[in-house]
Ligand binder design. Structure first.
Ligand SMILES: *[C@@H]1O[C@H](CO)[C@@H](O)[C@H](O)[C@H]1NC(C)=O
Ligand SMILES: *[C@@H]1O[C@H](CO)[C@@H](O)[C@H](O)[C@H]1NC(C)=O
Length: 211
């Protein structure tokens, strides 16, 4: 480079260096303004469309088995039906991963179960059914006592927890992955005068969702 420069007349070399610099600058200007406009377009689209969180409603909860052995090993079997709704008019949702389990007073009482992934179109609703089981699942020694207390109180409260990954779809553009969490509360009538399992509850409680 320096050899070429030293051979060519001084003023010419200076000029050449100047034009290259100018071209670089021009190219950089075009590139950065192109980039900025694309970014602001995406941001604008995002602000206009602003996807709302998906909605989940717990429609039915059935507990078939809840059986404790050695006072800390639990066998459980239950089924939950949830209604999933996409409230967005212009945004579709890919649920790529959905994991669901049941919890009682902060303790997991079934194993994690994966639901099949699916796509949810604009304002579509889907019913999700999950059969959850636990076999020999270790629980705190207070579990039996807590269930006894709930039985006296006449209601059994169980949480249905879901988490996973979703992607938004706007037109043909698909976003990256976003984590989501859902928490539903099922209150089942349960008491000494009521029949023991299955416990059933039909309700329409809206679950809390965070994305
Ligand atoms: C617990 O298990 C025993 C033996 O399998 C069964 O007889 C009993 O009905 C079960 N109890 C509940 C609440 O499922
Ligand atoms: C839990 O399930 C296991 C395997 O099916 C069985 O061996 C055990 O007796 C069950 N325990 C109770 C309390 O039902």
């Amino acid at each position: 480079m320096s050899q070429v420069l030293s051979k060519s007349p001084k003023h010419c070399a200076n000029k050449q260096g100047f034009t290259i610099k100018k071209q670089h600058k021009k190219f950089f200007c075009i590139f950065s303004s192109f980039f900025t406009s694309i970014l602001s377009l995406i941001l604008l689209l995002w602000l206009i469309l602003h996807p709302s969180k998906p909605q989940f409603t717990l429609k039915e909860a059935d507990i078939y088995q809840l059986n404790l052995s050695d006072s800390h090993l639990l066998n459980s079997s239950m089924q939950f039906t949830l209604l999933s709704k996409n409230p967005n008019q212009k945004v579709g949702i890919y649920y790529d991963q959905i994991q669901i389990y049941a919890a009682y007073k902060g303790q997991q009482i079934t194993v994690d179960t994966l639901l099949p992934p699916f796509y949810q179109g604009h304002q579509d609703s889907n019913l999700l059914t999950a059969s959850l089981v636990g076999t020999g699942l270790p629980v705190a020694p207070s579990f039996g006592y807590e269930v006894g207390r709930d039985q006296t109180a006449g209601k059994f409260v169980v949480n249905v927890k879901m988490n996973g990954k979703l992607r938004w779809k706007v037109g043909t553009w698909v976003s990256g992955h976003y984590r989501f969490n859902v928490n539903c509360v099922a209150v089942l009538p349960f008491g000494p005068s009521l029949p023991t399992p299955p416990l059933t509850s039909n309700q329409g409680t809206l679950c809390s969702t965070s994305v």
